[in-house]
Design a protein around this ligand. Structure first.
Ligand code: NDP
Length: 246
């Protein structure tokens, strides 16, 4: 029986590429979408045309009960989750002067609380079975900070703190926990930025002079999920075209 991968936010730019890559690697793939997202049937049909059969589950990753319910349904339908990719995320950018509680909370809950909400129902099972992979999709802006992103940078940096602490706890149980910190990747989250800002402010910061491709991040997820990556844990792997070198 093939292993089960759950990718949160699989209908997004990065999530879709990760779902496809994991399916190419032979995993059974489940993903989540926000409750109320009406595009799910169309997306599943589009994926099917491309040769991918995914299962998609409604889940508000920022809500603990919703996460529990979603994962228990996945386990019923597909079996236990072996690989969890915490990918769903949002931005609500504004300077700290303008930052209000609503936009602070939305970003912390969706990007950071979600990691707890989704990992909690799957981690004990991974430990009991002696095999598991947890991959948290953070951001270069969690590593270096970014103007207008106190909420997002805090949440993304928090994800890696979680990664390191949990990696210690499960290190001897065959379960790895890692963070990937992408730089600017050409998804709608980034192409929504005004073209002049992209050209004059963002691309000049990237030594490679281009945006990353979702498939490049997906390839790294597949590696971290593989047997070959069994000795990689607690890592924060940058994939940013040289934008931020540590
Ligand atoms: P998209 O905006 O394309 O996709 C985000 C996904 O998250 C969507 O599928 C969305 O689902 C889902 N999502 C948002 N809120 C919730 C919620 N409350 N519950 C469930 N799902 C939710 O973003 P990207 O693909 O670009 O980004 C994916 C991840 O990568 C994010 O965590 C982002 O922070 C990170 N990242 C992206 C970078 C980039 O350059 N693109 C750079 C660095 C990090 P739905 O549409 O159904 O709401």
């Amino acid at each position: 029986m093939s292993r089960v991968t759950l990718v949160t936010g699989g209908m997004g730019g990065l999530g879709e590429a990760i779902c496809m890559k994991m399916a190419d690697m032979g995993y059974d793939v489940a993903t989540t979408y926000s409750p109320g997202n009406t595009k799910v049937d169309g997306w599943l049909a589009e994926m099917k045309e491309k040769g991918y059969t995914f299962r998609a589950y409604p889940c508000d990753v920022s809500d603990y009960a919703s996460a529990q319910e979603c994962i228990s349904q996945i386990v019923k339908d597909m079996g236990p989750v072996d690989v969890l990719v915490n990918n769903a995320g949002i931005t609500r950018d504004m300077t700290f002067k303008k930052m209000d509680k609503v936009n602070w909370d939305a970003v912390i809950k969706t990007n950071l609380d979600s990691v707890f909400n989704m990992t909690k129902p799957v981690c004990d099972g991974m430990v009991e079975r002696g095999w598991g992979r947890i991959v948290n999709i953070s951001s270069v802006n969690g590593q270096k900070g970014a103007f207008g992103q106190t909420n997002y940078s805090a949440a993304k940096a928090g994800m890696h703190g979680f990664t390191k602490a949990l990696a210690y706890e499960v290190a001897r149980k065959g379960v790895t926990v890692n963070t990937i910190s992408p730089g600017y990747i050409g998804t709608k989250m980034v192409t929504a930025i005004a073209p002049e800002v992209l050209e004059t402010k963002i691309l000049p910061q990237i030594p490679m002079g281009r945006l990353g491709k979702p498939e490049e991040v997906a390839g790294l997820v597949a590696y971290l999920a593989s047997e070959e990556a069994a000795f990689v844990t607690g890592a924060n792997i940058a994939i940013n075209g040289g934008q931020h070198m540590q």
